[in-house]
Ligand binder design. Sequence first.
Ligand code: AMP
Length: 456
Amino acid sequence: MHHFQDLNLSPELQRAITELGFEKPTPIQAQALPLLLEENTDFLGLAATGTGKTAAFAIPLIERIDTDSREVQALILCPTRELAMQVAEQVSLLGKHKKVRALAVYGGAGYGDQIHGLKRGAHVVIGTPGRLVDHLERGRLRLNGLRVVVLDEADEMISMGFQDDLEKILGAMPEDQANAWLFSATMSPEVRRVADKYLRAPKQVQVNRAEMLPSAIEQLFYTTSEANKPEVLCKLIDAAEDLYGLVFCQTKSLVVDLTQYLKGRGYLADCLHGDMDQAARERVMKLFRERKVRLLVCTDVASRGLDVKDITHVINYSIPRELDNYVHRIGRTARSGKSGIAMSLVTPTQRGLVRRVERVTGSRMKEGGIPTRREIGEKKVRRLLPGFLAPQGHARAAQLLDGEWKKALTGMRAEEVAGRFLALFYPETFAEGSPPSPSRMPGRPVSAPGQGRSRS
Ligand code: AMP
């Protein structure tokens, strides 16, 4: 199956797919779509985010919806609010011409809109397990007309403690009428148990890890000590052109401290982690989507399902030991046919992890050279020229230069004047001597998080 046209889709759905710019099915879609469109079967799909798995279940699910009915016909369970919102958006876009109504319901948000939405009648309800159970138990969500239940990122939902809620929902499915489709990046024993208990003779499809990684991602690693990581990170950011990216850390406290550090050094950085309330997360995500924040520092869980367009770089502050997280993380870039760069900082003792990533993903990681201050300076100077030539108000500013200034400027060459201003505004790049110690992260007066010792 090489084209969506081979699938006999309804013209409405075909049109929506074309409008979304999907030209050919991704590997998981090529395998899952013929099965799910043609058979009433349970399903087990092993695929990570970034592989196109959402459309792999959303397309056949939309084809099953009878829009003349007002009943809820499909339920999609997601581990996080962010993912639920994104899946709801994709279902709405794909179902737009069929007039399929999708509704997202998730915890941490008010009940009013969700209850209203359920009363109005939604064909597809997408939500986090806890809130779905809540609506179900209060009789606001009825499953009599259900045809499909999708468990999206089942491994994540289970590791986040949603197993009981999942089982409640699966147990409430009308028997012999609805199919269950389970998607997971990994087949942990817990996922296997849920699958064995609730799926009946599921058809199974797996995309291997090499196929799961979009090929347009250039993977680089940089060897450095733990103590030097903050400084190396800044150099990589400075040397990159127009970076718009994610920085992944293993712990929430490191996320918070690193964000403070980056902000302190003047970067447009902000953070996303599990302890933030819904309003704070939404605020940060909005700023990031609007590109007012260009560096989002986050933990793995907070970033699940995060689908932001045109992310140029994913930076692993350290390579996660759980390699599935590596695949999840770097899959945030190179979306929708774009290319992207994944950079990982590794300490000399972690070089073995690089080999493991290569083996498991069947891809190559190239060792990158840490940019020197001179290289960064050259790039910065080159990039500043267009802005230097087009400022507003420079004549007015010049009028304000008083006698002291005039005396100071006497006999100075133009290059020296420009150089002095550059060094004034970018001391970390141009000043002599070593830059401020990276180990002085705010909140950690002596050593940066994860560092055993101070650099200085
Ligand atoms: P997912 O793995 O579902 O999170 O999807 C990853 C991204 O790929 C999303 O931004 C989708 O819009 C996009 N996508 C899904 N299917 C296709 C396709 N067949 N062609 C191009 N982009 C796709």
